[in-house]
Design a protein around this ligand. Structure first.
Ligand code: ADP
Length: 543
């Protein structure tokens, strides 16, 4: 028997309408290339999104067309999110930090009709323009006065495009299964793959991230996504914030700048912020060096890479800020797990152990770990295996691929190796391709890195497996020192004793000036391995 309830479509248009009805006076504050502090309301933002949708129709955009964006987090990018998706187009956010060949490949593969570009990214697009015959034209995200000189053909100024467009756009009623947005994975091997999000998946994901044991946003809060809007929809915050009426603070091109982040937090009363560990290292270093305070900030959501204990500690002890550890991936919209609040009465050791975990599954996500033969492993916090997931906001098939991305029994293999304990807490051990196998046993590089970055003289650390005659592979610790600190590598390795099994302790420690990062700001072990291709173990050299 069927239930007898209405068939309301779950679309991003619903989010827009809800915010227009309830929170039209709440603010969006942005830093843009042409304005150090742009400020307006959700009401104005959605009005302009309607004007943009109207302009896109006049430019000939047809339902289902992909519209590419190369842009930082700001109000114009926010308008693009809604103007495209809610008018039946697909918002294709492109990561401008990718290699130019990858950017060209992505634009061709998606068949982007128009590209909306921040002035700063015009040179990148100029360098590949010859390979983009399918793109009808380029809209530069600025006003007329800031229009850069460019060799791009058919360029339009964004503000000029909106001028004169009528207000009160009539948004179409969309099917919830229609595509809303497109984001390509970074493609560490082979070409990047497109994840095509539906309105339904993104709306359900927005409900999921807003739960009290997840982002838990409230009206009268101010949230700052320091995770780019060009990567996995800035973890859904541009949808979640208007649902709750939270103020949105967008740091534009200044996401890696501790000074700007500090100023935005202080001046806009930001109390929630989200980003990968590297941005928090930059903020914390700035706060330390300038003895500044961020009294409004209450919680920081850290994901995309394992959050070291040292970051959690410094936020909590110095600034009274609680860090929530989260895990996810492009193919998961991205939220998979979230480490919520812990009760006060948990012992410090247990507290630390739990908070270092990536958290529990968001409601909507199911998880399992399996061995090499696909057999389910116990959720006992000890057994580790390939992490697989399923749920309504998880990718089933990559864009334009005929093949399913799932296992024969319908799970998505995340490419991560993990443990899950009896309380459902996920512990990511490594990415499958970064796992270190020594004498047939796995060593978790993440756990070793956590220990290393807790040492005051280490700013950043990566552990990679290096071929070893006897053990197949042994861990090598690579560290970037804290500015001005002296590093004694023998002493550093000594400090691992008692913290992990003896055979886990790295065989050597290398001090370097920088560690390579991926286009999404994470440590790139692939590039580090290439950089250290000539590395030999000390005993091999002396032998
Ligand atoms: P890319 O790194 O290629 O841009 P994603 O942003 O989708 O792709 O990254 C997803 C991956 O990032 C996960 O599969 C996992 O390996 C890693 N990751 C994400 N969050 C965490 C976390 N909290 N702890 C450890 N690893 C994480």
């Amino acid at each position: 028997m069927h239930g007898l309830m209405m068939q309301g479509q779950l679309t991003l248009t619903g989010i827009m309408r809800h915010a227009q009805e309830n929170f039209s006076t709440r603010e969006i504050v942005s830093i843009t290339a042409d304005n150090p502090r742009h400020r307006y309301t959700y009401g104005e933002a959605f009005e302009r999104a309607g004007q943009l949708a109207s302009a896109l129709q006049k430019l000939g955009a047809q339902p289902g067309d992909c519209i590419g964006t190369l842009a930082w987090n700001d109000h114009r990018h926010f308008e693009l999110y809604y103007a495209t998706s809610c008018s039946g187009l697909v918002c294709h956010t492109i990561n401008p930090r990718l290699f130019t060949e990858q950017i060209a490949y992505i634009i061709q593969h998606a068949e982007d009709r128009w590209l909306f570009i921040d002035p700063a990214f015009v040179p990148v697009v100029e360098s590949i323009a010859a390979s983009l015959p399918g793109v009808k034209g380029f809209v530069i995200l600025c006003d007329q006065a800031q229009m850069p000189a460019t060799t791009l053909r058919n360029t339009i100024c964004y503000e000029a495009l909106l001028t004169g467009e009528p207000s009160g756009f009539s948004w179409p009623e969309l099917n919830e299964q229609s595509a809303a947005a497109l984001c390509y994975t970074s493609g560490t091997t082979g070409n990047p793959k497109g994840v095509l999000y539906s309105h339904r998946a993104m709306t359900l994901h927005t409900y999921g991230v807003l739960m009290p044991n997840a982002f838990s946003l409230q009206e009268y809060e101010a949230v700052m996504p320091v995770v780019p809007m060009f990567h996995v929809n800035a973890w859904s915050l541009p949808y979640a914030a208007p649902v709750m009426g939270a103020k949105l603070v967008l740091p534009g091109p200044k996401m890696g700048c501790g000074e700007t982040l500090c100023a935005l937090i202080q001046e806009e009363n930001v109390n929630v912020a989200a980003g990968v560990p590297t941005v928090w290292l930059a903020l914390l270093q700035y706060l330390r060096e300038t003895a500044q305070e961020v009294p409004s900030l209450q919680r920081v959501i850290v994901g995309g890479a394992a959050c070291p204990w040292s970051i959690m500690q410094e936020f909590e002890k110095r600034h009274g800020v609680y860090t929530h550890h989260a895990w996810g991936m492009t193919e998961m919209s991205p939220l998979g797990t979230f480490n919520g609040w812990l009760p006060e009465n948990i012992q410090p050791q247990e507290r630390r152990r739990r908070r270092l975990k990536q958290g529990r599954a968001a409601f909507g996500v199911e998880m399992r770990i399996v061995d090499d033969s696909g057999k389910r492993l116990p959720h006992d916090g000890i057994a580790f295996g390939a992490l697989q997931v399923r749920g309504p906001w998880i990718c089933e098939r990559y864009f334009k691929s005929e093949a399913s991305a799932l296992t024969t029994d319908g799970w998505f293999d995340t490419g991560d190796v993990a443990t899950i304990d009896a309380d459902g807490y996920l512990g990511i051990t490594d990415r499958t391709k970064d796992v270190i196998k020594s004498g047939g046993e796995w060593i978790s590089s993440i756990e070793l890195e956590n220990i290393a970055v807790a040492m005051p003289e280490i700013r950043e650390a990566a552990v990679i497996g290096i071929a070893h005659e006897k053990w197949d592979e042994r861990p090598l610790l690579v560290v970037v020192p804290t500015p001005g600190a002296a590093v004694d590598t023998t002493e550093i390795l000594d400090r691992f004793h008692g913290k992990v099994a003896r055979w886990w302790i790295p065989d050597d420690c290398l001090v370097v000036e920088t560690i390579p990062h991926t286009a999404t700001g994470k440590i790139s072990k692939k590039d580090l391995r290439i950089q250290l291709a000539d590395y030999r173990w000390p005993e091999t050299l002396s032998a």
